[in-house]
Ligand binder design. Sequence first.
Ligand code: ADP
Length: 173
Amino acid sequence: MNQNERSQSDKKERIAVYPGSFDPVTYGHLDIIKRSAKQFDRLIVAVLNNTSKNPLFSVEERKQLLAEVTKDIPNVEIDSFRDLLVRFMRSKDADVIIRGIRSVTDFEYELQLASTNHLLDGEIDTMFMMTNPKYSYLSSSIVKEIAQFKGDVHELVPQVVEERLKEKYAARG
Ligand code: ADP
């Protein structure tokens, strides 16, 4: 590699992708977003458009909520994908996947996922962030369970998400 090529590669932006369902985004996700955004030039939070799950919020709604709660973090972008994750990453010139780990149970599944992605594309690595212990029990499913029965979720999700949950369940009657 000559000096010119080396300085070009030194300048390459470090881009990571944080994929997930985010149905809806919680303080646990937001904590991972804030911490990992500090480690990269750009962080793309990518909503998985997965037709086999039965989401409460549409992909567009989930993206809007993510955009709203990350609007003060300049190097965070919101996107969505339905293709293979590694292919989406290539299209964005990203080579690091961020995932959050809450428990040993998360770890087993995440290890399988990371190994598969690495098998599909050996250039791509997964980095794990341990949850903030405050949020180790927190998941989007728990939030939905509580909100569905009009429980208080203000310590679990940002206010805009809390409001949207209320509207969603009120509309469903
Ligand atoms: P998925 O359906 O891909 O698991 P989620 O939206 O549930 O999507 O989670 C996306 C990522 O965020 C996963 O890596 C998950 O482990 C992580 N995550 C979810 N909740 C928390 C939390 N409370 N603390 C840390 N990481 C979390």
